[in-house]
Design a protein around this ligand. Structure first.
Ligand SMILES: NC(=O)c1ccc[n+]([C@@H]2O[C@H](COP(=O)([O-])OP(=O)(O)OC[C@H]3O[C@@H](n4cnc5c(N)ncnc54)[C@H](OP(=O)(O)O)[C@@H]3O)[C@@H](O)[C@H]2O)c1
Length: 260
């Protein structure tokens, strides 16, 4: 029987590339995103790729109160078993902390942290009861250090990374077959740049930038091989290992120079 994947933000960027990989491999897909037009454009793309794809679209602003419960309720009322949950939807907020919009950053925390936490809790319980299932969470390379001028965003991604790795450890120690994989991409050429108030920033054209196809491919492979964590593009994995040895203040200066 075909397996079902629920993917948040599966209508654009990294999420859309992941949706394509799942569709090509005949997974049934539930895509949750905020905008109707984005969802229907993703549906056209995925049906071109696999005309037999079983696709459900669920329009939901995941920053709203109770959004995760609404998604979970929808899945239950449809009688669907979610085999793979992908917590991908997210955005950033660039700028000096006192100049960023507090309401927008609060929305970002609700999406990047609270929604990831709640969806994980809701679906993980069922997965553990079935002793089957996988969760793929999108973090970021910024999760590894304090990141000035991207402070709140990087902190949300540090939550995603540490939460994911810790619960994967708990699952293993409880001898569960359920697994959690976390993905930590560098700057990726998607709409994220605009959505995060980073238009024109060199970082997205420079040597650290990658394409969403590459991120999705590496994330998909890591999920399949039940890796705990992946930093897409091997060179960034090694670079991250090296930078772990550097003082935090130096790392913050380097990241400040990149974020211009
Ligand atoms: N691009 C990067 O440089 C980069 C680097 C590291 C990590 N990441 C992470 O990778 C993930 C995917 O980002 P991306 O680069 O693919 O960005 P993207 O192209 O902007 O895609 C973001 C997706 O999230 C959805 N989304 C945003 N706000 C939402 C909301 N309130 N409710 C429901 N869905 C919402 C969007 O759907 P709508 O279009 O319908 O709003 C869209 O499908 C994010 O978690 C991001 O933090 C990105």
């Amino acid at each position: 029987m075909a397996q079902t994947v629920l993917i948040t933000g599966g209508s654009s960027g990294i999420g859309l590339e992941l949706s394509k990989l799942f569709a090509q491999d005949d997974y049934e897909l539930i895509i949750v995103s905020k905008f109707e037009e984005e969802l229907s454009s993703a549906s056209t793309t995925l049906k071109e790729l696999n005309p037999n794809v079983n696709l459900r679209l669920f329009k939901q602003d995941l920053t709203e109160n109770g959004a995760a419960e609404m998604v979970y309720k929808y899945v239950q009322t449809q009688g669907i078993t979610v085999d793979i949950l992908v917590n991908n939807a997210g955005f950033g907020s660039y700028g000096y902390i006192n100049e960023t919009d507090m309401e927008r950053e609060s929305d970002m925390i609700r999406l990047n942290v609270l929604c990831v936490y709640q969806l994980t809790r809701l679906f993980l319980k069922d997965m553990v009861e079935r002793d089957a299932g996988k969760i793929l969470n999108l973090s970021s390379i910024t999760a590894f250090q304090p990141t000035p001028f991207f402070s709140t965003y990087a902190a949300t991604k540090a939550f995603v990374k540490n939460f994911s790795r810790a619960i994967n450890y708990e699952l293993k120690s409880k001898k569960s077959k359920v697994r959690v994989t976390v993905v930590c991409p560098t700057s990726t050429r998607t709409r994220f740049q605009q959505a995060s108030n980073m238009a024109g920033m060199k970082l997205f054209d420079g040597w650290m930038a990658v394409d969403p196809e590459l991120v999705a491919r590496d994330a998909y492979a890591a999920l399949k091989s039940e890796k705990d964590m992946v930093i897409p593009k091997r060179v960034f994995h090694y670079l991250n290992e090296l930078t772990k040895r550097l003082p935090t203040n130096l790392l913050m200066r380097v990241s400040e120079s990149q974020l211009k």
